[in-house]
Structure formats: structure tokens, C-alpha cells
Design a protein around this ligand. Structure first.
Ligand code: COA
Length: 392
């Protein structure tokens, strides 16, 4: 049995209330909170980037035993900090993982962390005495006053994969699908993503429908074999748009259960926003850590991973006995409730704050007082990114 032994997330300490943003933009707040289904959006200070957020998500999970036995570090990201050097290589050093590990990034929009999870699971199946660290870390940026502005966010998830998982066994059957399309992309020369919003919604929905039919044919499973389905959530209404049409023919009990669990899986995303690669795994934590969830050991959870461009996968996992004891529910509660709400002006300043590297390749700055990350980005010296670690 191979699967998720530990799981955590990190999001920066500052956010904006979307009701306030709606009022400022002259939009009915119900469009953001009901129509799109988002309440708050994490806004990262310049001192939190894809590397520091990834380190902050992984750090609380790691014991000495993990540090000595993680032979693979794989980071899914579409907002990496270097065209050549991997985020994983920074993480390897920041977390002090033993030298004889391999560290690599995988990219395919929001699907990257799932590719990493599948790679890690296969790796541990082959080497059951070893572990793998899988991370999804991203800053979602569409631009101020753009149609995607309300679906931005920032955060990272981290999972340890082992052959004695405490949370979720990943089952062997899965089905993937690829179609090269331009629904969302970010050319190398652009700091913000380009998105065809309506087309990306349609692509997401049709990928889920086509994949589900293929999955059903290949596995002979139906929705009755699942107690819950977790989705990649660019915004919390998205998964429901894809799931609802396929539930029409389901018995009312089963349909209600899946929709109830869907709702519980959206709580964290509603208050953080889109974290791209980590979003699907944030849904899993939101579902499992909800006090309202009736999920029990050995029940099956389905997963729909979608990365624009586009690659998707449906896979499944079974809850391991005692899984609730392995969750970091309290820590997550504190992380989300202790955040600082930004004014519109501070949000705009933070969004526009960027590296101003001089001709020698330098720009160093102090960690923002509001930034509570254990790891933080210090700036660039001689074209090299530097990171700091606070004493705990
Ligand atoms: N009260 C309640 N709901 C309202 C409303 C109001 N006053 N005004 C609008 N809405 C609803 C709309 O009916 C719509 O609901 P529906 O999708 O169920 O029909 C929803 O709010 C969004 O409205 P829409 O006009 O489609 O918004 P938009 O043109 O601003 O675009 C996105 C929304 C999500 C497409 C846009 O934010 C985007 O491009 N996001 C980034 C890309 C993305 O996340 N893609 C998803 C796949 S990965």
C-alpha cells in the first residue's frame, strides 16, 4: 500500500476581502461571493515566493527519519523562479534533506503536482523503504482589474508519500487525457497569465465528462463507488459546474452525499483563492479536516486534476484507518484565522511590488513585518536568489 502519509498547506499571512474588492471595482459583491464562490484571496508579500511558500508547507511535516529517507523531491509549479534551476533544488537545501536525493520540477499548469504525486507513488512502489516529498506551490496572477482578478491566490501544499501511509492509499487505476489548447497560458515574456475565461470553463467541464466516461468504461466503477470527489478549484463554483450534469441520473441519496462532500472540500479554497498546482490537495485537506465530514476509513475518494493547456487525470484513493489523527486541522485553523486583512491600497501596492535588480544583479530587502513565514525570500545578490529562516 502506497499513499499520502502526511499533508500540509501554507498560505501567506495577508489577504483581501472580496466583498471590499467588489465594491471598489463597482461590481455586485454577490457576483464574487455567490456567482464565483470566493470570499477571501491570499495576497503574497514580495518576501513570499514559490520557493519560500513550498518550504513553509513542507517544513512542519519533516522528522529526522523523513530527512534521511526522502530520496525524491518533486515540485509541481507553473510559477517557478528560474528558467533552469528547479524549485525542488532550493527546497532540498532549505529543508536540509540528505545529499543523495533527486530534486526536480514538473510543469503542466495546475496539473503539475498530480504528475509529481504519480511519479512519487511509482517511485515508492519500486523502493518501499524510501519516501518522496511532493509539493505544489504557486502564485496565481491575472492582473489588477482583469476578469480573472477575483480568482487569484497564493499558496503551497506538501505531501510525504510512503509505503505505510497514515492518510490515503493511492489506488493503481487512473485515467489521463491530453489536448493541446489555449484556454490559459503564460508566455515566458509575461508576468501575468493570459486566459480565455469562458473557453477554460468549457474545457474543464468537457475534460471531466470525457474522462469520467473513459474511467467508468475502464474500471466498471460508478459514482456509487465513491464517497466524495475532490476537484482542482480555480474558484469554488468550478468543480460543481462539472460534477452536477453527471449526477443527474444518480439516486438522490448518493447525489446529496457527493454534493455535501463537494461543499466541504471548497472551504479552504473559498478563503485562499486559486493556488494552481496545490488546489486539488487543498480541497482534500478541506474535506478531511471539516468537522461536518462523515467520511470513514476505507471509503473511496475520487480526484479530478486539471491543468490548462490541457492535461487532466481522474484517480482515486482509500482512507486509511486512523486518518483523522494524522491531519493538521488545528494548525490550519490558526493559520487561516490569524491572517491580516489588507486595504485596497495595500493590496495594490503588494501586487505591484516587484524585484528591481540593478546592473550588478542585486536587490535585497527586509522581510515584511506582516509576513509570518518561517522561510522567506531575502532578494537577489549577484543574480542568485537568497532565502532566510526565522528562529521559531
Ligand atoms: N449575483 C450572483 N451571481 C452573479 C452575479 C450577481 N450579481 N453576477 C454574475 N453572477 C454569476 C454569473 O451568472 C456566473 O455564474 P455561472 O457561471 O453559474 O453562470 C458567475 O457569476 C460568473 O459570472 P461571469 O459573467 O461568467 O464572470 P466573468 O466573465 O467575470 O468571468 C471567470 C468569470 C471565472 C471566467 C473569470 O474570473 C476567469 O477568467 N477566471 C480565470 C480562469 C479560470 O478560473 N478558469 C477556470 C478553469 S481552470
Amino acid at each position: 500500500m502506497v499513499g499520502i502519509d502526511k499533508i500540509n498547506f501554507y498560505t501567506p499571512n495577508t489577504y483581501i476581502k472580496l466583498e471590499e474588492l467588489a465594491n471598489y471595482r463597482g461590481v455586485d459583491p454577490d457576483k464574487f461571493t455567490i456567482g464565483i464562490g470566493q470570499s477571501k484571496m491570499s495576497v503574497p508579500p514580495i518576501s513570499q515566493d514559490t520557493v519560500s511558500m513550498a518550504a513553509n508547507a513542507a517544513y512542519p511535516l519533516l522528522t529526522k527519519n523523513d530527512l534521511n529517507n526522502i530520496d525524491l523531491i518533486v515540485v509541481g509549479t507553473e510559477t517557478g523562479v528560474d528558467e533552469s534551476k528547479s524549485v525542488a533544488s532550493f527546497i532540498h537545501q532549505l529543508l536540509d534533506i540528505h545529499p543523495f536525493a533527486k530534486s526536480v520540477d514538473l510543469k503542466q499548469a495546475c496539473y503539475g503536482a498530480t504528475a509529481g504525486l504519480m511519479m512519487a507513488v511509482d517511485f515508492v512502489r519500486l523502493h518501499p523503504d524510501k519516501k518522496a516529498l511532493v509539493i505544489g506551490s504557486d502564485i496565481s496572477r491575472y492582473g489588477l482589474n482583469s476578469s480573472g482578478e477575483v480568482t487569484q491566490g497564493a499558496g503551497a501544499i506538501a505531501m510525504i508519500i510512503s509505503s505505510s501511509p497514515s492518510i490515503l492509499e493511492i489506488e493503481e487505476v487512473s485515467v489521463s487525457m491530453t489536448k493541446s489548447i489555449f484556454d490559459f497560458w503564460r508566455p515566458n515574456y509575461s508576468k501575468t497569465a493570459i486566459v480565455d475565461g469562458k473557453f477554460s470553463n468549457e474545457a474543464y467541464i468537457s475534460f471531466f465528462s470525457e474522462l469520467w466516461h473513459e474511467y467508468k468504461n475502464r474500471t466498471a466503477r460508478s459514482f456509487e463507488d465513491f464517497s466524495a470527489f475532490c476537484f482542482h478549484l480555480p474558484y469554488t463554483k468550478m468543480g460543481k459546474k462539472a460534477l452536477m450534469p453527471l449526477l443527474d441520473a444518480e439516486a438522490p441519496n448518493n447525489k446529496d452525499l457527493l454534493l455535501e462532500h463537494y461543499q466541504l472540500s471548497t472551504t479552504y479554497s473559498r478563503d485562499i483563492g486559486n493556488i494552481y498546482t496545490g488546489s486539488l490537495y487543498l480541497s482534500l485537506m478541506s474535506l478531511l479536516e471539516s468537522t461536518l465530514s462523515s467520511l470513514k476509513e476505507n471509503q473511496r475518494i475520487g480526484f479530478f486534476s486539471y491543468g490548462s493547456g490541457a492535461v487532466a487525470e481522474i484517480f482515486s484513493g482509500k482512507l486509511v484507518p486512523g486518518f483523522k489523527d494524522a491531519l493538521l486541522t488545528k494548525q490550519h485553523d490558526t493559520l487561516l484565522n490569524d491572517r491580516i486583512s489588507l486595504s485596497i491600497d495595500s493590496y495594490t501596492d503588494m501586487f505591484n511590488d516587484e524585484l528591481a535588480i540593478d546592473s550588478e544583479g542585486n536587490h535585497l530587502f527586509k522581510q515584511d513585518k506582516t509576513d509570518n513565514g518561517v522561510f522567506f525570500f531575502k532578494g537577489v545578490e549577484n543574480h542568485q536568489r537568497l532565502y532566510g529562516k526565522n528562529k521559531e
